[in-house]
Design a protein around this ligand. Structure first.
Ligand SMILES: [Zn+2]
Length: 411
């Protein structure tokens, strides 16, 4: 999962954005896990990081390619012909939280493509009030049917604690659940078509549309007899040693590849067929479901509107900051820099001001949920600090005040 040995020992910062060479590199894995599972790190060419180079390349190729969206839409329609229900039964699944992307997808599939989607939601580890409200508004105002799965607090809390202890990745059980739940519903309800919103290119990969149509992400299934880990542990161990029932783990884990093939369960990336604009998505979602954003700045960064659903979210980014020395503000400032919304000096200032800010707001809720004590929590954190990134300064362990980065983009 996280291999400290492979992390480059000399820290370098990109000269066009603010990220560093300590940052895991996206490959054929889903976005959320880029934060924590690292076998490869961002590459640098002449002082510029591969993320910046990719964005530049994509920008260029989009200009060159002049994607024919009408042709793609026709392609999608042809595929959907095979699935579209004639009797009102569900014909596809849209997984999501009721955030802008999933709301947009369900809406487009219903209105434009005349599909009849069933929406499915895997509950966050600890719902925030605003996240719960936005979720409820989706079926209520978006006029979609939804199945919410909420793991028991015993199981979810335990898995999150184990993932925190073993990987410093308290969020991992949710990433897994979100990833695999839809395919279990596909199996149970015999609805073989699942839609994922983003385009594959946003995950750092580039594929031609015809390849995309038959493409299934690697993480989506497991091979027969493949050993699956959750929270950094073998599934068998979680069941026996940590006393979690097998059935409680089921929706966190992938289906077998052979089964998925046999049943013809497939995944389509709506973003490959529809020219999705995040900003427009956002306005449409706001209109449809009265989607609310937060009034407060998110801890650890400068923005207000990102991931609002889960109380563990801030901690998730903060843990990545411990392991890689770059946090949520770095990620967001780097993105804005790459898309030229802000310049590099502004980005550096934002990192200096907000990066690594400890997520205090829900900290006690998390300790209570996972039955961790405060000093225990920080002892675990300290085990994951790479020596080449951190130095100890003093003894005040509360909120990790006793550590500072050896090298930062602003010093
Ligand atoms: Zn860069």
């Amino acid at each position: 999962m996280f291999d400290i040995e492979l992390q480059p020992k000399e820290v370098k910062f990109c000269k066009t954005c603010v990220t560093s060479n300590q940052k895991p590199c996206p490959s054929d894995i889903k976005k959320d896990d880029f934060l924590h599972s690292a076998k490869e790190f961002l590459r640098f060419e002449n002082g510029v990081c591969s993320a910046c180079l990719e964005v530049e390349k994509k920008f260029q190729s989009k200009k060159d390619k002049n994607i024919d969206w009408n042709k793609r839409e026709a392609k999608l329609n042809k595929i959907l012909e095979k699935y579209r229900s004639r009797n009102g039964s569900y014909d596809c699944i849209v997984p999501g939280s009721g955030g802008k992307d999933s709301v947009f997808q369900a809406e487009i599939l219903k209105k434009k493509y005349k599909m009849n989607p069933l929406t499915v939601t895997f509950a966050p580890i600890m719902y925030t009030e605003i996240g719960m409200k936005n979720f409820h508004n989706w079926p209520m105002y978006g006029n979609v049917n939804n199945i919410l799965y909420s793991p028991s607090g015993y199981t979810y809390g335990k898995l999150s604690r184990l993932a925190f202890e073993n990987l410093l990745h308290p969020f991992q059980p949710f990433v897994f659940g979100q990833r695999h739940y839809a395919s279990h519903i596909a199996k149970l309800f015999k609805i073989p078509l699942i839609f994922i919103g983003e385009s594959f290119a946003e995950w750092g990969g580039e594929k031609e549309i015809d390849d995309m149509i038959e493409y299934t992400p690697k993480y989506f299934t497991k091979k027969k007899n493949e050993k699956v880990l959750i929270s950094g542990l073998d599934v068998e161990e979680v069941i026996k040693k940590h006393k979690i029932l097998e059935q409680e783990l089921e929706f966190f884990l992938p289906l077998e590849e052979n089964f998925v093939k046999k049943e013809g369960i497939r995944v389509l990336f709506l973003g490959e067929f529809e020219n999705i604009q995040p900003q427009e998505n956002f306005y449409l979602a706001t209109k449809i479901t009265k989607f609310k954003t937060s009034n407060e700045r998110t801890e650890g960064t400068f923005s207000k509107y990102v991931s609002l659903d889960d109380k563990v979210d801030g901690l998730h980014y903060w843990c990545a900051y411990i392991k890689f020395g770059v946090g949520r503000a770095t990620d967001e400032a780097a993105q804005e820099c790459r898309h030229k919304y802000i310049n590099r000096d502004e980005a550096v200032a934002l990192v200096k001001k907000y990066d690594g800010e400890f997520p205090k707001k829900y900290f006690n809720d998390y300790l209570e949920y996972t039955k961790l004590k405060e000093d225990e929590f920080f002892e675990i954190v300290d085990k994951f600090r790479p020596d080449h990134l951190w130095e100890k300064k003093g003894n005040d362990f509360r909120f990790a005040k006793n550590w500072s980065l050896k090298k930062a983009v602003f010093k």
